[in-house]
Design a protein around this ligand. Structure first.
Ligand SMILES: CC(C)(COP(=O)(O)OP(=O)(O)OC[C@H]1O[C@@H](n2cnc3c(N)ncnc32)[C@H](O)[C@@H]1OP(=O)(O)O)[C@@H](O)C(=O)NCCC(=O)NCCS
Length: 179
């Protein structure tokens, strides 16, 4: 079972006890500001079934994030295959934290573990990251872990509704460029 450990965090498979706090995050307008509609409890639960099926199939995905010192579930971070209709193809890195866990460096710490896994274990040549143009906090994480954006890669997310969630940016990092 793939589990990654950092100084303060564990990236692990999902547990039944994560479902409540996960649903609460997905019903929080601040967490969902750049992601789209709020999720119902059922939609939130189904998302975890999808993540877990991904781990069973290929060994990586959106790991549940736990704070080592307290055992608290605070969100997810990890790697996923890019969606089929995106104008690029590869493995992307991503993160989503509960509001009280922002501003502590947890996303960056988890992301570095995800990059290391992607490059050292999966031997990926490159890792991508995608977010809306307006999601500056997420882009700051991308830059902190050494990813770079070429404006020529900017695109409209085909999965997003017309409006502010559409304009999107793509960040990239190659195996040698890690910090
Ligand atoms: C995107 C998201 C994960 C970023 O979280 P974050 O907490 O801002 O990012 P980091 O974990 O890198 O934390 C960095 C901040 O922690 C601070 N920090 C505090 N203690 C720290 C420590 N020990 N180490 C590093 N940074 C620390 C940094 O100074 C920085 O603060 P700043 O934002 O005031 O500059 C979070 O905003 C989120 O979950 N958003 C909703 C979901 C979402 O949009 N996901 C991305 C979709 S693409």
């Amino acid at each position: 079972m793939t589990e990654l450990h950092t100084e303060r965090l564990i990236l692990r498979r999902w547990r039944e006890s994560d479902l409540g706090p996960w649903a609460a995050m997905n019903a929080d307008p601040q967490v969902r500001e750049h992601l789209g509609d709020l999720l119902t409890r059922e939609q939130s639960d189904v998302s975890v079934q999808r993540y877990e099926a991904g781990f069973d199939r290929r060994g990586y995905g959106w790991w549940a994030l736990e704070v080592r010192a307290t055992g608290e579930f605070i969100g997810f971070a990890g790697l996923d295959d890019t969606d089929d209709d995106m104008p690029f193809k590869g493995v992307e890195i991503g993160w989503r934290l509960a509001r009280p866990a922002w501003g502590r460096g947890y996303a960056t710490e988890a992301a570095r573990a995800g990059l290391a896994y992607g490059f050292d274990t999966l031997e990926l040549p490159e890792i991508l990251a995608v977010t809306t143009a307006a999601n500056v906090r997420s882009q700051a994480v991308m830059r902190r872990i050494g990813m770079t954006r070429n404006p020529a890669d900017d695109f409209d997310d085909p999965y997003a509704p017309e409006g502010p969630l559409r304009p999107s940016v793509l960040y990239r990092i190659r195996g040698g460029g890690r910090r």
